[in-house]
Design a binder for this molecule. Structure first.
Ligand code: ATP
Ligand code: MG
Length: 237
């Protein structure tokens, strides 16, 4: 039995004259891992920013469990709403002038990060290091640690493997897989990396021309007859 957690209903988002989301609807289910794929500029990041409450949509509604139309939340409610999400930004978004311990403290005031570090496969010694002293793969791990630190209800990963070499990308995919499978956390991943999709997505939403052009089980994606989707997959492989 699938429980609907987030329901995106007929939303529109435009910038000046450019329509980015055009009557888009999408349901996201509890404990599932959803990957959002689509060409560059198709609106993947805008959609996720609307979902987490960082950006208002122009029309339609986004509902989260019994919260309806998150656009209408007041500032205090919006802050509370946003705290449900753990976000890994595309560039890991660590603060360069702070060491890793301070970067993690920014997300949570706790004193011990031992458990979270072991969950993302990092040694305790990284706490005293600065982001520039870590490899890009290690920075991603720190970004992931920060995203899951407060045990969010929903994890948002924006291009978790972009810019990584194939070996590190695979390690990160396997790490996300173990987090997603063990914790059964509701996860939305924006990605260009089909390995990520095959490795840890339960469902896939393919975005095109401002709508979800195809939605289905990740396992069934290669059986799809949707030519836009098959061309997209061929194009990036
Ligand atoms: N602040 C903005 N002002 C004007 N246009 C914007 C703004 N933000 C995004 N856009 C436009 O909205 C469209 C969708 O952007 P978005 O960042 O969601 O794409 P994306 O699917 O995440 O692409 P990528 O794979 O390259 O990250 C793009 O055409 C972009 O130019
Ligand atoms: Mg993007």
């Amino acid at each position: 039995m699938r429980n609907k957690k987030i329901s995106v209903k007929n939303i529109y988002k435009s910038f000046e004259n450019k329509v980015v989301l055009n009557n888009l609807s999408l349901d996201i289910y509890e404990s599932e891992s959803l990957s959002i794929i689509g060409e560059s500029g198709s609106g993947k990041s805008i959609l996720t920013r609307c979902i987490v409450g960082l950006l208002n949509y122009d029309n339609g509604s986004i509902n989260f469990e019994n919260l309806t139309n998150i656009n209408a939340l007041n500032d205090r409610e919006k802050m509370n709403y946003m705290s449900k999400f753990g976000i890994l930004f595309q560039n890991s978004a660590l603060l360069d002038s702070l060491n890793i311990k301070e970067n993690l403290k920014f997300a949570s005031k706790q004193d011990s990060f031992t458990k979270i570090l072991s969950e993302v496969g990092l040694p305790h010694s990284v706490l005293e290091k600065y982001p520039s002293e870590l490899s890009v793969g290690m920075q991603k791990r720190v970004g992931l640690a920060r995203a899951i630190l407060k045990r969010p209800e929903v994890l948002i990963l924006d291009e978790p493997t972009t810019g990584l070499d194939p070996i590190i990308a695979r390690q990160i995919n396997l790490l996300i897989k173990s987090l997603v499978r063990k914790k059964k956390i509701t996860t939305i991943t924006v990605t260009h990396d089909m390995e990520s999709v095959y490795e840890f997505a339960d469902y896939v939403a393919f975005l095109k021309n401002g709508i979800i052009e195809w939605y289905g089980k990740a396992k069934k994606i290669n059986q799809s007859k949707n030519s836009s989707l098959t061309n997209f997959i061929k194009g990036i492989n």
